[in-house]
Design a protein. Structure first.
Length: 221
């Protein structure tokens, strides 16, 4: 897994565009010194640069850089419909039941990295904030909604999400010097790497889950 040294830092991050807002950082920064070296081995024996993962002392993290100002809703469940009678001044309605709905969608995750890092896509996806590939929502519909004569209402469960974009931060760069990764693997091709904790590279976009809740859909026929 390798990136060109010239393709570092801010060239991956565009200026905020209309309709997008700054976003906070996800994850925790590494603590190792950038000057220290560690002996690491790529699966193919190359000295390509390496994104920090579960097997390395330091971890690459996802950094959110911009997001859409507006969210949108997925209605994951619609309950039975109730209609307020036409011959009353008004009425109130509460479904008075509890509902648990499981849901699953594509996260809409899109990862762009330099081509030598394509082998790390699954690892990068696991550390990237996402809409959530699956989950469940539980709501007790004991709350009441007020209706006008003839209006209809139905309980609904909603998952709210937001388009979000970010980059990756932290990467291991090879020094070009070979090393012995383990005495039990004397023929393994390993290399010395230095950890660059603040270097930003690549990009990701995803439809991130913001919240989930229960409500009533109310409309006039």
């Amino acid at each position: 897994m390798k990136t060109h040294r010239g393709a570092r830092r801010s060239k991956w991050i565009g200026l905020l565009t209309l309709g997008l807002a700054p976003l906070v950082v996800f994850g925790s920064p590494g603590v190792a010194s950038a000057a220290s070296t560690v002996c690491l081995q790529n699966a193919d024996g190359s000295q390509s640069d390496i994104a920090g993962n579960w097997s390395t002392p330091d971890k690459t993290r996802s950094v959110g850089v911009q997001q859409a100002n507006k969210t949108w809703q997925d209605w994951v469940w619609r309950g039975p419909t109730f209609q307020c009678p036409w011959n009353v001044p008004s009425c109130s309605y509460a479904w008075q039941e509890s509902k648990t709905t499981g849901w699953q969608w594509s996260a809409g995750l899109n990862i762009k990295v330099p081509s030598p890092l394509n082998k790390a896509l699954s690892e990068l996806a696991s550390l990237t904030p996402s809409y959530g590939r699956n989950g469940s929502t539980t709501t007790s519909f004991t709350f009441t909604t007020n209706l006008k004569p003839g209006q209809k209402a139905q309980p609904i469960q909603v998952v709210e999400r937001r388009w979000t974009q970010g980059v990756y931060q932290g990467i291991y760069h090879s020094t070009g010097k070979s090393c012995l990764v383990s005495p039990t693997r004397p023929n393994g091709k390993a290399w010395q790497y230095t950890w660059s904790p603040n270097e930003r590279w690549g990009s990701w976009t995803t439809n991130m889950k913001v919240s989930d809740y229960g409500s009533y859909n109310v409309w006039t026929p």
